[in-house]
Write a protein that binds this ligand. Structure first.
Ligand code: NA7
Length: 534
């Protein structure tokens, strides 16, 4: 469907976003509940984050077995993922196939950005307005706007003077120049940066890595899709899905229950070596021992191990020193094959831009630490205004004129990761204070819960209202849970510290998906406690 005038559009359900969460929300509300539901996305196609992130080396770093829907049993059992960690084109292809099979695209308005949303109390409807000025009235709004979709791209002075190209990783243009043989600078060494660095090192002329903060990186373990997992899913798809959801992080493994401090050195080394060989950042952080993200002592056992790998792999001791983080291993755990090996290449130079800052552009490149670095292309892999960024881009006005940006002035407030007091019938997929997990299966679970709520509301007056008391309780529990972890004290997008001026706060339910489901099922059994469905 193309962007057309929506002036007369009246819907039961308006869905914002056509990524993983939005597509399933559209399928469930339109195809299963039979409601008049349509979706809106400013992208030109489906896929959300997988539509935009087309940078070299982009792939999931969650196993493809888990990074999938389960609702379409045939696709869940039989989809032929080629690799253990699917590349971006394969993920996008899969999401397109889901959308096509379930005939979703005819109900999606592409190239359409929702600019504002206002609750009309007298009508019991949301009034959405697009950037083109068209309007949509909907009884329920489901925001599936993406956890990591609102790009953060700081601009260095004098960019207009630069004769080369500046590319934003998270909005990678199809028209990007071929990088072969070029002098390329990469700013940022998070998940995105390390994928780009390892993908480009043997393709470009010279790669300059502009690193502000070193990160702990373990191998990913790229390889073919594991046949034994395929068999498991084929034999018992629901059993596999339910097991994955019952774990804390929903990454396709059971988290360890053993403290890193209760075993001796030799056993610790054995466990870490095994995890290093297997690959995967979440697995290294959570499948090895139970307390790496919790206590400084346990954390140090993991960082000592990774440091020993850096020292063994990186041949230049000064480069090894620059690559060794000073922080806890308590950011979003990173994984890429041959990351540290890359720095042994003659055509890769590491710059510590904390010690020698990026000052400004020139015609020929960047001034870094007072010296000109000649570059043809600069790639910004500088991250996202995570969790709250995309919600706050929509000027959202709830009951009694309350604006979302005011309600969230000091950090987000939400109930169960799915709704907000004073914003009736505004429902979120993976909103603030959702469990800290991988996403697709959790999106499905939350959409199913939201649809149960909608069905119940449809039996009454069609109102879903979150109580302030329930929200305050939920936020308090989440904040207490976060306070017990090293994630809280380690700067990253997880706590908002990556965005200048953003309130630093916890935004997650840290109890794990298994506990989250138990809690949510109890809420459902208690007549949807806290939601006040009328
Ligand atoms: P991240 O993990 O937030 O990483 C952003 C990187 O960009 C990080 O290394 C930052 O350094 C760096 N950065 C940000 N601003 C600057 C400036 N001004 N100068 C130099 N370097 C800068 O984002 P990603 O896109 O890699 O990953 C986000 C998530 O998306 C990922 O975890 C996956 O779940 C998907 P800093 O550490 O702030 O010093």
């Amino acid at each position: 469907m193309n962007a057309v005038s929506h002036k007369q559009l009246e819907l039961d359900v308006a869905i914002i976003g056509a990524g993983v969460g939005g597509l399933y929300a559209l399928h469930k509300t339109r195809n299963v509940l039979g409601m008049k539901a349509e979706a809106f996305d400013d992208a030109g196609g489906v896929g959300g984050t997988w539509y935009w992130n087309r940078y070299p080396g982009c792939r999931v770093d969650t196993e493809s077995t888990i990074y999938t829907y389960s609702f379409d049993l045939d696709m869940f059992q039989n989809w032929e993922w080629s690799e253990r960690y699917a590349r971006q084109p394969e993920v996008l292809n899969y999401l397109n196939a889901v959308a096509d099979k379930h005939d979703l695209k005819r109900s999606i308005h592409f190239n359409t950005r929702i600019a504002s949303a206002e609750w009309k109390e007298d009508e019991g409807r949301w009034l959405l307005t697009t950037t083109a000025g068209d309007t949509v009235k909907a009884k329920y709004v489901i925001e599936a706007v993406g956890l990591l979709s609102s790009s953060y791209a700081p601009q260095f002075p004098d960019q207009d003077k630069f004769k080369g190209e500046v590319l934003l990783a998270s909005k990678w243009p199809d028209t990007a120049a071929d990088l072969e043989g070029k002098r390329v600078g990469v700013v940022g060494t998070g998940s995105t940066g390390i994928q780009i660095i390892t993908a480009l090192a043997d393709k470009v002329g010279h790669l300059h890595v502009l690193q502000r903060t070193a990160q702990w990186v373990v191998p990913l373990g790229i390889g073919p899709f594991p046949a034994e997992t395929r068999e498991k899913i084929k034999a018992d798809p629901h059993g596999f899905r339910d097991w994955a959801l019952s774990t804390a992080a929903v990454f396709g493994f059971d988290e360890s229950t053993v403290s890193a401090l209760e075993v001796d050195n030799e056993e610790r080394k054995r466990v870490y070596e095994k995890a290093w060989k297997k690959g995967n950042g979440f697995s290294f952080l959570l499948e090895t021992f139970s307390d790496i993200p919790v206590t400084a002592e346990a954390n140090k056992t993991a960082t000592d191990f990774i440091k020993s790998k850096i020292d063994a792999i990186v041949t230049d001791p000064e480069v090894a020193r620059k690559l060794t983080p000073r922080d806890y291993y308590a950011k979003r755990p990173l994984a890429a094959d041959n990351y540290y090996e890359t720095y042994n290449r003659d055509n890769v130079t590491l710059h510590d831009v904390k010690a020698e800052p990026i000052e400004r552009y020139t015609e020929n490149g960047l001034i870094v630490g007072g010296k000109e670095l000649e570059l043809d292309v600069v790639i910004m892999a500088t991250g996202f205004d995570a969790m709250t960024g995309n919600y706050l881009k929509i000027d959202t006005i709830g009951r009694n004129g309350v604006r979302l940006k005011d309600a969230w002035k000091n950090g987000p407030r939400a109930y169960a990761g799915m709704s907000i007091a004073d914003f009736p019938n505004l429902l979120m997929v993976f909103g603030p204070f959702s469990p800290f997990t991988s996403q697709p299966l959790v999106h499905e679970w939350q959409v199913d819960f939201l649809c149960d709520l909608i069905e119940k509301a449809e039996q009454g007056n069609g109102i879903i209202e979150t109580t302030r008391e329930a929200q305050d309780d939920w936020v308090r529990v989440c904040q207490e849970g976060m306070a017990g972890t090293l994630f809280e004290v380690t700067d990253s997008w997880i706590n908002g510290a990556n965005i200048p001026g953003k309130p630093r706060t916890s935004m997650w339910y840290m109890g794990g998906m298994g506990n989250y489901m138990t809690e949510m099922n109890a809420i459902r059994d208690d007549n949807y406690r806290g939601f006040e469905v009328r």
